[in-house]
Design a protein around this ligand. Structure first.
Ligand code: AP5
Ligand code: MG
Length: 204
């Protein structure tokens, strides 16, 4: 099953992806995680991407599409994949149509004030796990034991830019995929478990 997780920053795409990848047995491909890994390793792509990410802007389409195109060629994507944070613009969606077929676009429907609260309290691990300070007080990752960190782009001003970019450039993808009959709307205002249950009921 080839699935896109589409939604605003903080809607819970990453939190759901870590559960859905185990449930469906398919890899989780997050362009945000790929960029953060490149930034940590100080690669050429990482240094380039950081200048956009730190301002809450999108990394240019050509660089982002290449990362996904290369990743989709790997063996573990043969039985399906979860795309988290890609595509994020109409040109990216058009490029993806040339690479593979999509079965479902899960559209995370959520109130704006909720996402701002979620991002403000997020703690992240380099292994990809995500927590929220309201439900996880330890400074360490439950899964791998590494120290959690606050993402540089989870500062108030950068969050506002990311929301604006989402509305202008990414939200139009809902209609793009509705026109193709692929969108499944999921209420993402509930708990992580409630949202997960809603997704697996709708995506068979
Ligand atoms: P990316 O890493 O994709 O960030 P994002 O889309 O802004 O989304 P987030 O990761 O912030 O939110 P999420 O929906 O995954 O929420 P999460 O599960 O963590 O991208 C970062 C940057 O990279 C972009 O700004 C851009 O610059 C660049 N980039 C990436 N992809 C790109 C592309 N395709 N093109 C160009 N540039 C690109 O949850 C958030 C918090 O809420 C956590 O603390 C979590 O514990 C908590 N939470 C989650 N669900 C719930 C729930 N149901 N109830 C209570 N708390 C919850
Ligand atoms: Mg994420």
């Amino acid at each position: 099953m080839n699935i896109i997780l589409l939604g605003a920053p903080g809607a819970g795409k990453g939190s759901q992806a870590t559960k859905l990848k185990d449930y469906y047995g398919i890899p989780h491909i997050s362009t945000g995680d790929a960029f953060r890994s490149n930034i940590a390793r100080k690669t050429e792509i990482g240094i380039y991407a950081k200048s956009f990410i730190d301002k809450g802007q999108l990394v240019p389409d050509d660089v982002t599409v290449k990362i996904v195109a290369d990743r989709l060629k790997e063996d573990d994507c043969k039985n399906g994949f979860l795309l988290d944070g890609f595509p994020r613009s109409i040109p990216q969606a058009e490029a993806l149509e040339g690479l593979t077929k999509i079965d479902y676009v899960i559209n995370f429907v959520i109130d704006t004030e909720k996402v701002v609260a979620r991002l403000g309290g997020r703690r992240t691990c380099s292994c990809g796990e995500t927590y929220h300070v309201s439900t996880h007080s330890s400074p360490l990752c439950d899964k791998c034991g590494k120290e959690l960190f606050i993402r540089d782009d989870d500062k108030d001003e950068v969050i506002r830019n990311r929301m604006a970019v989402y509305e202008k450039t990414t939200a139009p993808l809902v209609d793009f995929y509705k026109a193709r009959g692929l969108v499944v709307d999921v209420d993402a205002n509930g708990t992580i478990e409630e949202t997960f249950d809603a997704i697996i009921k709708l995506v068979k």
